[in-house]
Design a protein around this ligand. Structure first.
Ligand code: UN1
Length: 494
């Protein structure tokens, strides 16, 4: 088992010899390994390696860089099942989901590889004769990439693969809850032929090695996926060295169901959106806004169906819902459930840990539904990151959309209706980076822009073509072929 840091294409321990343990959340007796608890010296060594590699890598033709990323995609495809098993053991979601996670990495690799042959720039006419104006993309430099554990391959691949294709080098600090998956991902890139230093990995704690990476003067940009709270902290820290910062943060995503909707479809959607990945996606459906005419009937069906969801080890085919990632996260969910009850919402399902049978040795929480939730309640406004759904009641589209917009977040949203006029108005009025019509709030595709408005981020979009705006600088070039001094218009005004 590879439990080391990666510096300059060598797998190394931290000279400090400190480590942290990584355990299986479905069975906490199962220790996956002890990974380096890296400090600022490890960060320094990794940044040095990335800096040293940058020059040769930026001068490697982009199509050739893309070729390496394409081969990495091929290797991910060959190892998909092995990586999925390791990932489920490490962070708990079901095998179907971890296979999907690797697939998202493969799709991203192929898309990013193809961009090596595009990375289009612009040209525009000049104000002056015999002169050409161009603008093209250049890499930014060394990127610090810091990611969450819930998509251990997909989310790092969204950042790292386009960053590499664009000619940047990377120091990757994966979540301390998914270090093994990160190493498996890097192994594919190394085997695909990535030169030494282009990708380095340092394992460890956010407060220590993540913070050292953000503060490091040799790092040009930080790309982060995680909580809004930590994102603000990173943004403030990075402003000291004026690094470019790209943030993908929290969500409080809602699904609206209007009274004319296909209710069966809407029911399938909310079950998947709220309880898939145990509600631990930044895109998870944590609010359901029901039209008052269907409120009671829909809730009854929802409870009946959610009751049948099977909790357990994600490697078992019968499991629908895996564990919560850590004990600390379980406690956070418990605090919010207590709060919801104190605020006057009615808990109609779950509201408790699951400690029986297959769940006895892991961190499990029952799928939980609160009804009669008001928009002012904290369980309707704050991100919980667990299998907890808050149900609200609306009497019109306008009221439903106002409720949906009533949080500080704006990542993903959904509306179920058969009325095209209603759907289009919702698409226009909803404040979020992603809107689904007749689909759940989860399931974004790798080749489309991904990200949110308000406090879900700072204006960047990963995925597809837009991710290259994060990882490149524009260089504008004027080529004068007149053979004489031509002053710009602004300098010849009378
Ligand atoms: C995340 O939770 O950080 O749209 C990303 C989705 C997935 C990505 C989620 N493709 O649900």
């Amino acid at each position: 088992m590879n439990t080391k840091n990666l510096i300059n294409n060598r797998w190394v321990d931290s000279p400090s010899a400190r480590t942290f343990e990584n355990r299986n959340p479905a069975d906490t007796d199962d220790v996956i390994g002890a990974f380096p608890k890296s400090d600022e010296n490890d960060v320094d060594a990794a940044v040095l390696a990335a800096r040293a590699a940058f020059n040769a890598w930026r001068l490697t033709p982009a199509p050739a860089r893309g070729e390496i990323i394409r081969r990495a995609g091929d290797l991910l495809a060959v190892r998909k099942d092995d990586i999925a098993h390791a990932m489920t053991r490490e962070m708990g979601k079901t095998l179907t989901e971890t296979r999907g996670d690797v697939q998202e990495g493969i799709d991203t690799a192929y898309y990013a590889a193809s961009e090596g042959r595009r990375l289009f720039g612009f040209n525009a006419p000049s104000e002056l004769p015999d002169k050409m104006n161009l603008s093209f993309r250049e890499p930014v430099g060394v990127w610090g990439v810091i990611t969450a554990w819930n998509f251990p391959i997909a989310v790092p691949s969204w950042k790292i693969l386009p960053a590499l294709v664009a000619g940047n080098t990377v120091v990757f600090k994966p979540s301390e809850e998914s270090p093994h998956s990160a190493n498996l991902f890097a192994e594919c890139l190394l085997e695909a032929g990535l030169p030494a230093g282009a990708l380095n990995i340092i394992h460890g704690k956010g407060e220590e090695c993540g913070a050292a990476l953000v503060a490091h003067p040799g790092v040009n940009g930080i790309a982060f996926t995680g909580s809004t709270e930590v994102g603000k902290h990173i943004s403030a820290m990075a402003s000291q060295t004026l690094k470019r910062v790209s943030l993908e943060l929290g969500g409080k995503n809602a699904q609206i169901v209007m009274d004319d909707a296909d209710r069966q479809l809407a029911l399938e959607g909310v079950l998947w959106g709220a309880f898939g990945t145990t509600g631990q996606r930044c895109t998870a459906t944590s609010r359901l806004i029901l039209h008052e005419k269907i409120y009671d009937e829909f809730i009854n069906k929802l409870i009946t169906r959610a009751t049948t969801l099977k909790l357990g080890d994600g490697t078992k085919p019968a499991t629908d819902v895996g564990p919560v990632i850590t004990e600390k996260q379980l406690e956070r969910i418990e605090r919010y459930v207590r709060l919801g009850k104190e605020e006057g919402a009615v808990c109609v399902l779950g509201g408790d840990r699951e400690t029986n049978g297959a769940c006895a040795r892991g961190w499990f929480y029952k799928p939980t539904i609160f009804i009669d939730v008001l928009p002012t309640m904290r369980i309707a406004r704050e991100e919980i990151f667990g299998p907890v759904l808050s149900v609200l009641r609306a009497s019109s589209l306008e009221e439903a959309v106002a409720m949906l917009n009533g949080t500080m977040y704006g990542l993903s949203a959904s509306i179920y209706t058969r009325d095209i006029n209603m759907a289009m108005k919702a698409v226009r009025e909803i404040e979020s980076g992603i809107v689904y019509v007749n689909g759940p709030t989860i399931g974004a595709e790798a080749h489309m822009p991904f990200g949110g408005v308000k406090q879900t981020g700072n204006g960047h979009r990963e995925g597809g073509w837009t991710v290259f705006d994060i990882f490149t600088e524009w260089k504008t070039v004027y080529i004068d072929y007149s053979g004489k001094l031509q002053k710009a218009q602004i300098d010849t005004e009378k």
